[in-house]
Design a protein around this ligand. Sequence first.
Ligand code: GTP
Ligand code: MG
Length: 136
Amino acid sequence: IEETLVLVKPDGVARGLTGEILRRIEAKGYSLVDIRLVEADRDLLAAHYAEHEGKPFYAPLIEFMESGPTVAIRLAGNRVIEGFRSLAGTTDPTTAAPGTIRGDLGRDWGAKVQQNLVHGSDSTESAERELALWFR
Ligand code: GTP
Ligand code: MG
């Protein structure tokens, strides 16, 4: 069985959407293996987002991820890496498809692209690396 790292980012936690997001994940049939509330520090975020270092959105992304607690979830299921990303929708909530977490719950008015509620690992290598960071 495959595992992935899902994050409910600070905007999702602050807006009280953790339950709604977990409801969608559980309704799909995925299994919660572990879950924790994390105040992510700079070291953790720099390691997690290493691939984005130097990009224009890097600094605002790190600042946003430091702005409040994140819910980290170790999630298991059949092809859960691809499946959760499909549940989440595309990166920008403004244009994410209806029926997805970002499409249904992402805010248009006044929201930044980085405020897209959730993260999901994008490959087996990323999942292994990210799970080791958030569940050390
Ligand atoms: P994650 O599941 O969070 O990794 O999203 P993703 O795989 O759809 O996006 P990606 O890994 O390319 O980028 C990581 C995060 O950086 C995104 O989730 C956004 O929060 C943020 N991000 C990506 N692209 C942009 C951008 O063009 N502008 C801004 N402001 N933020 C961005
Ligand atoms: Mg990504």
